[in-house]
Design a protein. Structure first.
Length: 138
């Protein structure tokens, strides 16, 4: 079967893609706000092929596992019958042709989560102290 190289008379934006979007599963998780939440995320990233990322304030856990329908040439073997989630995906937001930045922050190691959590709680304590000082100054 011959590969389609054009879409609507223009070059197929997926023709040189290595299918990054088909190599992992990302599931949104609740934004962490407590030490227990961060401890759970540290546990996630303690596992092989699992990482967490933030994008526009939303948090996701990712499992590095390619789709079973991804061919060796990075094409979908079931393109015409692909799942709804795949049909909704566009080249405007893809990692290869889109913005190039699939996420704002990526965590692959428990230490990264701990460092982020430490900074998060420092900022939160500083805000509480500043609010308390403003109230006392009235």
């Amino acid at each position: 079967m011959k590969k389609k190289q054009t879409i609507s008379g223009t070059r197929n934006p997926c023709s040189k893609c290595d299918a990054m979007c088909c190599r992992y599963v990302a599931v949104q998780i609740d934004t962490p706000t407590t030490p227990t939440d961060f401890e759970d995320i540290r546990w996630y990233v303690s596992h092989r092929k699992v990482w967490v990322f933030m994008d526009d304030g939303d948090w996701y856990v990712c499992l590095d596992t390619p789709c079973k329908f991804l061919s060796r040439d990075h094409r979908c073997k079931i393109y015409e019958a692909r799942p709804r989630i795949c049909r909704k995906y566009t080249t405007r937001t893809c990692e290869f042709n889109g913005s190039g930045r699939p996420f704002d922050q990526k965590f692959t190691h428990p230490r990264q989560i701990q460092d982020y959590a430490d900074a998060y709680f420092r900022r939160r304590r500083a805000k509480v102290r500043a609010r308390y000082r403003r109230l006392r100054a009235r």
